[in-house]
Design a protein around this ligand. Structure first.
Ligand code: P6P
Length: 308
């Protein structure tokens, strides 16, 4: 359902808290600027390494700077943490008590292949995350997809999951309200396929999907791969652990928790390989990893049961 409603008007109508709306306004602005930089910017190779030792390209750094500047301008975010930075940044003078974690440009290595990539945000109303569950105090999560369309999908606590699209005059307009996920699916997005060579249970999951003639939808970019599930209304995305990454590859605060929050609001699920809610994971380190099994609840349950 599209009503051409503006981003701010929709959030106000849904009763989103003023401070959260303001943070989301600055997040939307940063997405616009990142989009411009992708289309105009340097898609060159590795420049440096990030906190997780992964190679960074110029756009990762630029996207990170754009977001941190916008969050500073909000004067609401008390603490921000970026996947691209080892340390979090504190703004003691800011009036809000919010913590914002973000992955500035997830899958940026796909840009030179001209594949879609994205930006992921989580918003918590508690600046101190360490020792708490990843879902404690979480009030919103959102992600942008930079593809043929520039979309910003937002989930608000107990207020649903909604997609907005950047129009040609630079406004985010509502394209889909109250997105929901069906309990079963015929799509699968299997990450970390090499695990089939070391874990016969994961290979059995592939055979399950092949025997059921499910459709493979996997690009290597978590954001578009998960947006495919929300857009089609069903699917499963899996990223299990392996011997080198016993906790999984994806980050809890920058990727797993925001998407678990989004999918929970869309009546889907976000689980760890053990079948626990990702949002119940205790945060011990801003950069800790998690396994990720997200999407249609019956399929996620069936697959995590097979891996148990
Ligand atoms: P693999 C991109 O680097 C990323 O962090 C996610 O966006 C994506 O789901 C995953 O890694 C892909 O990992 O092992 O398939 O390259």
């Amino acid at each position: 359902m599209s009503s051409n409603q503006s981003f701010n008007h929709f959030l106000r109508e849904r009763g989103a808290d003023w401070d959260v709306r303001s943070l989301l306004y600055h997040i939307a602005r940063s997405v616009k600027y990142i989009n411009f930089s992708i289309r105009a910017g340097n898609t060159g190779g590795a420049v440096t390494q990030n906190a997780s030792g992964e190679s960074q390209i110029a756009m990762d750094i630029l996207a990170d700077q754009i977001i941190s500047k916008e969050l500073e301008k909000s004067e609401i975010a008390k603490v921000i943490a970026s996947e691209e930075q080892e340390e979090s940044i504190e703004f003691p003078s800011h009036r809000g008590n919010y913590f914002v974690a973000y992955d500035p440009l997830d899958g940026s290595s796909l840009v030179d292949a001209n594949l879609a990539i994205g930006t992921i945000f989580g918003i918590w109303e508690s600046p101190d995350m360490i020792g708490h569950k990843a879902g404690d105090g979480m009030v919103a999560a959102c992600y942008a997809v930079y593809g043929p369309r520039i979309t910003l999908t937002i989930a608000l606590k107990d207020k649903g999951c909604h997609e907005f699209e950047l129009n040609d005059v630079g406004e985010f307009i509502l394209t889909r309200a109250d997105i929901t996920i069906k309990d079963d699916t015929t799509y699968f997005a299997p990450g970390n396929l090499k695990v089939c060579g070391e874990n016969p249970k994961y290979r059995a999951c592939m055979e399950r999907w092949l025997d059921r003639q499910s459709k493979l939808r996997y690009s290597g970019g978590m954001v578009p791969d998960l947006h495919h599930i929300l857009s089609k209304g069903h699917g499963i995305f899996t990223y299990p652990s392996d011997t080198k990454q016993p906790q999984g590859k994806l980050r809890l605060l920058f990727e797993g928790a925001p998407f678990a929050f989004v999918f929970n609001e869309a009546k889907g699920v976000g689980k760890t390989q053990e079948g626990n809610d990702i949002l119940d994971t205790i945060v011990t380190d801003y950069h800790q990893n998690t396994t990720v099994f997200v999407g249609s609840k019956n399929e996620v349950k069936a697959v995590t049961d097979m891996l148990a």
